[in-house]
Design a protein around this ligand. Structure first.
Ligand SMILES: NC(=O)c1ccc[n+]([C@@H]2O[C@H](COP(=O)([O-])OP(=O)(O)OC[C@H]3O[C@@H](n4cnc5c(N)ncnc54)[C@H](OP(=O)(O)O)[C@@H]3O)[C@@H](O)[C@H]2O)c1
Length: 294
């Protein structure tokens, strides 16, 4: 059996779509793990914040697709992830596939909990595959819009603290394709992808000008990019309701972007995908439309 955690999430949902299609075509049994299973859905309760329940959640699982559960302080994330490692070991899971953070993100603060988790997994009695996911295509635009002093829709200016830097980004669907493929292959052939780390970096990178061009498409009016300072961005993020730990991570991403340290020089993505990586521009346009292009 393959179990995917975080089933209500965007990435896990895409992975489950692919695995269920394979199951319907005669592939292995698939189970969805979530904190709040819908009654009668067959979903398993998987809540990393309830360590005592996890060994039972993982009973009978051959391959565990462990989707990271961020959105908390680092100590909380490490406690959650450590509990998953311990429970997978106790339940006799054969292979754990962990969705981590790409090497281009090594210097952003989010990497602390991810690298710690990778190290804990490496000590486990199971085979491990680390999928180091690149930043999702929409993340730079969405974070910058949440930090913008004025809406581009009003001003025709996309202000963001990116300086002249670029950021490598990837389509979540491509990450889901690879995750499902690795899980199916690891299930079919014990040892396959064992103790491997794959850098699933985007093969495209974005400059502030590219996001301004996406806003131009989304708004139907010209928008130009203007680099802005970090200090005011931090204040706007707080005013828009980001929590202190989130502001720390967001500002860290901005600073690395500005320093030109979020670009990948290599990626395992093309080799692991059956098709060329999806273009990211339509995803950025859709995201800025979804964000109200403020
Ligand atoms: N590469 C990137 O650009 C990027 C950007 C943002 C986040 N991430 C990381 O990648 C993960 C997947 O991304 P996503 O876009 O699918 O995020 P998402 O849509 O926010 O989904 C995250 C899922 O994590 C699960 N979760 C949260 N707390 C949990 C807990 N205590 N125990 C078990 N599961 C928990 C939830 O699923 P249930 O409600 O079903 O339990 C939630 O829906 C995120 O959780 C985050 O760690 C990566």
């Amino acid at each position: 059996m393959i179990l995917v955690t975080g089933a209500s999430g965007a990435l896990a949902g895409l992975v489950l779509d692919r695995l269920r299609a394979a199951e319907a075509a005669g592939g292995p049994e698939v189970a969805a793990g979530t904190r709040a299973p819908a009654p009668g859905s067959g979903q398993r309760r998987v809540d990393f914040d309830d360590p005592a329940s996890l060994a039972e959640s993982f009973a009978g699982v051959d391959v565990l697709v462990f989707v990271s559960a961020g959105y908390a302080e680092d100590d909380v994330v490490m406690d959650r992830h450590g509990a998953v490692v311990d429970a997978a070991a106790a339940a006799g899971v054969r292979h754990v596939i962990y969705t981590s953070l790409a090497g281009s993100g090594e210097r952003i603060t989010l990497s602390v909990a991810h690298r710690w988790t990778e190290e804990r997994l490496a000590e486990g009695p199971f085979a491990t595959t680390v999928l180091r996911n690149g930043l999702y295509a929409e993340i730079p635009a969405v974070l910058a819009l949440a930090a913008a002093a004025a809406p581009p829709a009003d001003t025709g200016v996309f202000g963001a603290p990116f300086g002249d830097g670029r950021v490598s980004v990837v389509a979540r669907e491509d990450l889901a394709d690879v995750t499902a493929k690795v899980a199916l292959e690891a299930h079919a052939e014990p040892g396959r992808h064992a103790d491997r780390t794959y850098e699933l970096e985007g093969v495209e990178s974005l400059h502030g000008d590219d996001i301004a061009a996406a806003l131009t498409d989304a708004l139907g009016r010209p928008v130009r990019y203007e680099p802005t300072p970090l200090g005011p961005a931090r204040e706007v993020l707080a005013a828009n309701g980001q929590l202190p730990y989130q502001i720390g991570h967001t500002v860290s991403i901005f600073a690395n972007h500005r320093a030109g340290r979020l670009t990948a020089d290599r990626s395992d993505l093309p080799e692991l995908l059956d098709n060329p990586p999806r273009p990211v521009r339509p995803l950025v346009v859709a995201a800025v439309e979804g964000a109200g292009a403020r």
